[in-house]
Design a binder for this molecule. Structure first.
Ligand SMILES: O=C(O)CCC(=O)C(=O)O
Length: 209
């Protein structure tokens, strides 16, 4: 259930934060399971591949900027896509906490079409400013992005930042940074320009348009 305050912020700013939405053990289970998948089929077995797909459908995107002292297979990974196909992440994606929030915002006909487990290893490129809706031009709008900090998220280790009131494409359109002016980011991302102050979201969860 989305509270009145959450809905008001959603309407005004395009996002809200719900703290402690799930027990930390859920995030730790997700992390352990997904890292175990990478260890079973590590990037070292896929040299020169920009990405590879595991047997269960999870897609592994290796990191373009590997941290100094990388030792474990997961140190070489930027993201896993489609984490919601497996284990605790699937249970969470199909579970009541996520469904209650998203169905309150979008109505009962909802689906999870993509997930990203982002490792955020030290020094990784990370993401430039962007609006997800730009990349998902479906015939039904809007989409809801649900961001869950599965381990502690701090300014130092790369918590999410949010620009409020940026007007998702279904409302106000999207502006893009000129190519030369954008932050380095993971391949394929275009930077979204905007005004307003970034909100550090070192928080358990974020929703955005
Ligand atoms: O966690 C991040 O830093 C970025 C997440 C992201 O790209 C998104 O929520 O669209």
């Amino acid at each position: 259930m989305v509270t009145d305050d959450e809905r008001e912020q959603w309407e005004r700013d395009g996002f809200f934060i719900r703290r402690a939405a799930v027990d930390p053990s859920v995030g730790h289970a997700m992390s352990d399971e997904l890292i175990a998948l990478v260890r079973d089929d590590p990037p070292s077995a896929h040299i020169d591949e920009r990405a590879y797909v595991l047997a269960n459908g999870v897609l592994v995107q290796p990191e373009g900027k590997v941290p100094e002292g990388a030792a474990q297979p997961e140190d070489y990974v930027a993201k896993l896509f489609n984490a919601h196909l497996v284990g605790t992440t699937r249970d969470f994606a199909q579970g009541e906490v996520a469904a209650d929030i998203v169905s309150d915002l979008l109505g009962p006909d909802i689906d999870v079409f993509q997930t990203q487990f982002i490792l955020k290893n030290p020094g990784a490129w990370g993401q430039p400013w962007h609006q997800d809706s730009y990349y998902f031009r479906f015939d039904q709008q809007p989409q809801v992005g649900l961001w869950l900090a599965i381990t502690e998220a701090t300014l130092e280790n790369g918590c999410l930042s949010v620009l409020p009131r940026q007007g998702a494409p279904h409302r106000d359109g999207l502006s893009l940074w000129p190519r030369g002016d954008r932050q380095p980011g993971i391949a394929g991302h275009l930077g979204a320009a905007g005004s307003g102050d970034a909100v550090g979201a070192g928080t358990p969860r974020r929703l955005k348009t």
